[in-house]
Design a protein around this ligand. Sequence first.
Ligand code: NBP
Length: 490
Amino acid sequence: MASEGPADIALIGLAVMGQNLILNMADHGFTVCAFNRTTSKVDDFLANEAKGKSIIGAHSLEEMVSKLKKPRKIIILVKAGQAVDSFIEQLIPLLEQGDIIIDGGNSEYTDTQRRCNYLKSKDLLFVGSGVSGGEEGARYGPSLMPGGHPEAWPHIKEIFQCISAKVSDNNEPCCDWVGNDGAGHFVKMVHNGIEYGDMQIICEAYHLMKMILKLSNDEMADIFADWNKQELDSFLIEITSDIMRYKDDDGQPLVEKILDSAGQKGTGKWTAISALDFGVPVTLIGESVFARCLSSLKNERLAASEILSGPSTTMEFDVGGDKKSFIDDIRKALYASKIVSYAQGFMLLREAAAKFDWNLNYGGIALMWRGGCIIRSVFLGNIKKAFDNNPELQNLLLDDFFREEISKCQDSWRNVIATAVKLGIPTPAFSTALAFYDGYRSGQLPANLIQAQRDYFGAHTYQRIDNPGNFIHTNWTGKGGNVSSSTYNA
Ligand code: NBP
């Protein structure tokens, strides 16, 4: 029998995410009121998937609000952007002080900040929550990253933590309060950026095995399955093995019939833009976004492939040992690049936290990503440990465990990139990760020359090593004046 309410929570938006999240909440004993702009979808849902469950429907927002326990809790799970603002505007006159609106879509964190301020002025509470894990996650346990008005958290905590994924070893929920205003959506954005990076480094490993070692898809499926039993154990490695093995109707691997032109919805780009805005070198995610952009220039690349020369990759390359050891080198290059990517992602989180005064729990964030979401992996357990050991850890690369792991991978990582460069196989993410690593561990970089150049042509001033407190301008040519430009950092 369907419950008649009152409902614990309402959800607006009966597309794939909304329907599955409602079913998940109902499975955990909550009564949910469902609403959708196109109200026929409410009837369809109630008559089919929701039948017999503690799910009630509404055909107007007024009806939905009237069926809710107070303080009212309403999740909006619709297309990000204008649709969210439109529902917020319609809800405001129907709600009372202390009622809670939750946006579970992929909203930009700046929109969430704006909505937090706006709804505070209306005496309403607002939460912007990242939801990750796709359709299956929403149905059986997503990773949830809520942030916004902290007064809302005690009211939604039980529902959120009940329906979220749990880390298998100790059953901890992959959901906790992230921080004020846009913190939840910012963390979700960085999660998505890291997802872009993880996918790109896996693609580079695949490309190297295919182009240099000429391995078959079944052989690669076995290798990814084997890697999935080691430190790379993760959802994305697991599905890559399945994808490698999957055959089309003619018995040939389906993946080789898919056009090599990658799409994107924008969250990786947002991460890269934020990294540039904050001045944080999140290079691997940036390269991953650009790698997708380059892949999408398919026609241009095809034309260029007839014109531009490079080393031949048609012959099987002698990797200077057995194939097995080069495969192991690729695994280590992937692992080291992954460590750098996460280190960069956490650097961005740290910078945003400082700018917006968010008290982020980095170990807690690693735990939220440990299960339920697309980047879920055993590796995130190690990241959690690193931040639990030292919550003030400045950079993941400086943690003892990760420092040693990278050190163990280093020779292989360099060998793979050097081999790829010699053979003309692009490895943008592996390479940028190594360049970052070498830059980060360099006490001396050539930026002294940049400062000299800037001062030479623009009187931008520089600091002397023996007198760093002062910004100095030199009249390099004897022709310019002694007036310096105002000092700025960009
Ligand atoms: P969609 O992003 O496809 O959105 C469909 C929903 O938005 C429907 O309920 C639709 O109502 C409503 N909607 C649209 Br479209 N335009 C509207 C408007 N102008 N006013 C009011 N309602 C409008 O659904 P989804 O794939 O379930 O994703 C929901 C949110 O979750 C999105 O923000 C998405 O980015 C995010 N997300 C999705 C995934 C995933 O794997 N799909 C994962 C994580 C997060 P209608 O039925 O009347 O057209």
